[in-house]
Design a protein around this ligand. Sequence first.
Ligand code: ATP
Length: 497
Amino acid sequence: MRKYVPEILIGAIPVVLAFLLFLGQNVVPVLMFAVLGFVVFYASRGRGKLTALSSQQRRPSKKENPFTFEQIGGQEKAKQELVEALDFLVRQEQIAKLGIRPLKGILLAGPPGTGKTLLAKAAAHYTDSIYLAASGSEFVEMYVGVGAGRIRDLFKEARSKAQKEKKSSAVIFIDEIEVIGGKRDGGQQREYDQTLNQLLTEMDGIYANEAPRILLIAATNRKEMLDSALLRPGRFDRHIQVDLPDKKGRLHILNIHASNKPIADTVDLERIAAESFGFSGAQLESVMNEAAIYALREEHEKIDEKHLSMAIDKVMMGEKTDREASKEERERVALHELGHAIMAEIIRPGSVSQVALSPRGKALGYVRHNPLQDQYLYTKAFLNGQIMIALGGAAAEEMFYGERSTGSRGDFDQAMDIVKTLVESGLTELGIIDASMMTKEAWASITRTILDELMGQTKETLEAKREVFTLSLQTLIREETLSGEEFRQLLKENAAA
Ligand code: ATP
């Protein structure tokens, strides 16, 4: 009977209106109240439940290909750790016999675009589970209790979907968990607190003998922001670091994304992997895609090295802009870039992979460096060398024009970041110190000391190569872009001359 209440009410309205009209009453105010009541009723019903849209978004379409660990490049350690954790779900009987408590949550932490979502999808496939995904920001609402309601619905949906599809487990993936799971500051953020509490309650309600079993996988790139209640044993107690790929990983990812594209035989993907140091999986996917677009624009049937090289520049620096620089400006930019490139070849021979004068993003020209090998530890000498390469542009401008321009701003930011690393790692004359105790004046003083000294050395080194600058300048202006090999050849010829 109760479930027919809305229908009875809707049926009663025209009867009441007809009766009022029969009595000769004005029905307009009654009608207005009825419409208002109707709107409020449906708006409140919408809240507290997942909206149709977000529920739709979360459901992977039936046609979506199952995603496997083989389709994820690099990340060998993360994959191995994840598979070990997932075996808890796969080998449920043995786990129960040994009385091991169920694994409830796995936290994937790492920079954006490294494949955390892919790992969660592959985990669902590996464990033959239902896969449901949501993002932390979907649970953020103005109204207290709505986020909590959505969490409840998400778990309910996972259980019912698993039952419907006759699966024994479900994987719920929550991206950007820090949005709801950030450290609680005891007060103001009541809505966030309720959402987080609901998530903790749902996690506490996962039992070993429950069917279907639910496994939560969350992803974040701000692990340090998470509330300790989320990370304690019994909740997200497996933490897997998903880092930027190393060279081998990058090659693997490039190969995966090249598999559906026609690549010219001359292309050396290993070289592209070496040149894309610091790229995430998502950026590598973008490199492959952009290279294919360049090939299409040039009506080539295959993607060649040039397309890939242009794609790396695009992903790293942004799209080419059509800013027209004056002749004087172009000459200054060319000398500036030569300053960086010549310094780089002196400090790390063979490391320049491209010198370009074409404006891209905010830069009027740029030098792309090839790190030669992946490196995770840096010595003082290495970092000083990096600073000198960064200062090379400004030093060249001073050498030829007697003054610098605003074009060195980004270089100085980069140099100052390296100074910060030097200070924090105890590699300066200040010795091992707590950098957080340093005053602004102390920072300014040490930065000035280091940069002044290295600027002096940079100018001295480049001054000895003044001839090389003048001989290379016109070639660079004419060609606009020189590859690393072309640039080294030019230096060799000019040095001999
Ligand atoms: P975010 O933290 O921004 O959500 P994420 O770490 O979850 O990022 P994904 O969504 O998994 O990143 O990756 C985005 C895209 O990048 C994928 O669809 C895929 O094309 C590509 N990609 C990222 N990492 C890899 C990888 N290891 N192997 C193959 N492709 C990858």
